[in-house]
Design a protein around this ligand. Structure first.
Ligand SMILES: [Zn+2]
Length: 148
């Protein structure tokens, strides 16, 4: 019989590096830019984070001094994030900036729905990220072992 440290219908998050289950207090779920770090504007990838805001404002400034963007501009600014789960000890980039939270804060469907509602406020969180997060959660739901 498999050991279980999680209640039924709780997600067993597995480490994307070692493949083993992540127990409460031992790891986190992370949203990271595909090229590393916090999900960022395309401009930030091309020019560096320090210049991206200035370039964006220069390109989209209104004569009145405000800044705007149109729906037409959206395809030029794809902001994507990959979702990964790591044990603290396994994170290959422990010092890199990212959006993250502890695995114990995303064990149930209620938890994950709350996160998705919250994350839709982030400019980098779209349907691709929501699907990846939900898929990973659902995969974890089908497992019976707890791990550490
Ligand atoms: Zn690991």
């Amino acid at each position: 019989m498999l050991r279980s440290s999680s209640p039924q219908n709780a997600c067993t998050w597995r480490c994307d590096r070692c493949g083993r289950p992540i127990a409460d207090g031992h790891g986190y779920i992370e949203f990271v830019d595909p090229e590393g770090g916090y999900p960022k504007w395309t401009l930030a990838r091309d020019y560096g984070a320090e210049d991206a805001d200035r370039l964006w404002e220069a390109k989209h400034a209104l004569p009145s001094g405000g800044v705007t963007f149109r729906a037409d501009d959206v395809p030029e600014t794809p902001i994507r994030a990959d979702v990964v789960a790591y044990h603290k000890r396994c994170d290959p980039h422990p010092d890199q900036d990212s959006y993250w939270f502890e695995v114990e804060r995303a064990r149930t469907a209620r938890d994950v729905l709350d996160w998705i509602v919250h994350l839709t406020e982030k400019i980098w969180f779209g349907r691709r990220e929501a699907k990846a997060f939900a898929d990973k959660f659902l995969l974890g739901l089908s497992r019976a072992d707890g791990g550490q």
